[in-house]
Design a protein around this ligand. Structure first.
Ligand code: ADP
Length: 252
């Protein structure tokens, strides 16, 4: 499975990237390419540099050495934010946001309409996005009234309304009830089938091994980068995680 687009255009390219917040590097020797249409999971123990790597990929941090590119441009100068849909852990998302689901999804159009009025076509895109994630019936509900899983779907719909071609999700199912988790990953899979590149930062190994076609296992350096089936067979997990055995099996 390589998405409908199935192309080999690189979305993210890191060459020999190193970065540290202080003198000592938090990540180093990082070289990897993620192509259009891939579904990649980045796994690693707490503090292994997953979030840092994501920030480097998205240009929110600049490498101390090496090169990070996003859609072929240096990541830190890339400015077409609508192409990237970012979904954070819901816990950090939105107690302070008493707006409706439709209003959240509408924001996805802002980069396209320049804060102008949405046209009928824009609203059709918003409605399509709501339907794709199965949230049409909740369009007028306030996001504060949603379950964790519904809220994550609303944020995915916002990315779809923005016509994102890269979805980046940072442990998106933390705090989402077990029943909704399955459906949530099914949604990611179907979006990936439609050609959207999915980059999942994940602590829950069961989700990773069920869904992602490629695993990048990180602990400061890359311990493994390859097909999920090979990752499961390899000793990369034990090497990268050491005694962090509580990781194995995930948090579900
Ligand atoms: P993960 O996402 O895998 O838990 P992080 O990338 O958040 O890992 O953190 C990697 C290391 O970098 C940790 O030791 C963390 O304490 C440190 N770190 C993360 N963010 C900052 C920051 N803003 N300033 C200084 N140190 C940081």
């Amino acid at each position: 499975r390589n998405g409908a687009a199935g192309g080999t255009k690189p979305v993210i390219e890191l060459s020999d990237v190193a970065f540290g917040y202080t003198a000592s590097p938090v990540v180093e020797d990082i070289s990897l390419t993620i192509d259009e249409g891939e579904y990649v999971a980045v796994v690693g123990p707490n503090g292994s540099g997953k979030s840092t790597l994501m920030r480097l990929m998205l240009g929110l941090l600049r490498p101390d050495s090496g090169v990070a590119k996003l859609f072929g441009e240096p990541s830190h100068t890339f400015d077409d934010g609508a192409r990237i849909g970012y979904v954070a852990q819901h816990a950090s998302a939105s107690k302070k946001m008493p707006i409706t689901v439709r209003e959240v999804v509408k924001m996805g159009r802002f980069p396209h309409v320049g804060f102008g009025r949405l046209s009928a076509d824009d609203w059709a895109i918003v409605d399509d996005a709501l339907e794709t994630v199965g949230m049409s019936a909740f369009a007028d509900r306030r996001v504060t009234q949603l379950s964790g899983g519904q809220r994550q779907r609303a944020f995915i719909a916002r990315a779809l309304a923005g016509e994102a071609d890269l979805l980046v999700l940072d442990e998106p199912t933390v705090g989402v009830d077990a029943e909704s988790v399955e459906a949530f990953y099914d949604l990611l899979e179907s979006l990936n089938d439609d050609g959207i590149t999915v980059l999942l930062i994940e602590h829950d190994l069961s989700a990773v091994t069920e869904q992602a076609e490629r695993v990048v296992c990180l602990n400061r350096e890359i311990y493994f980068d390859g097909p999920t089936s090979e990752f499961v067979e390899s000793d990369a997990l034990a090497r990268a995680f050491g005694t962090a055995a509580n990781f194995v099996g995930g948090s579900r």
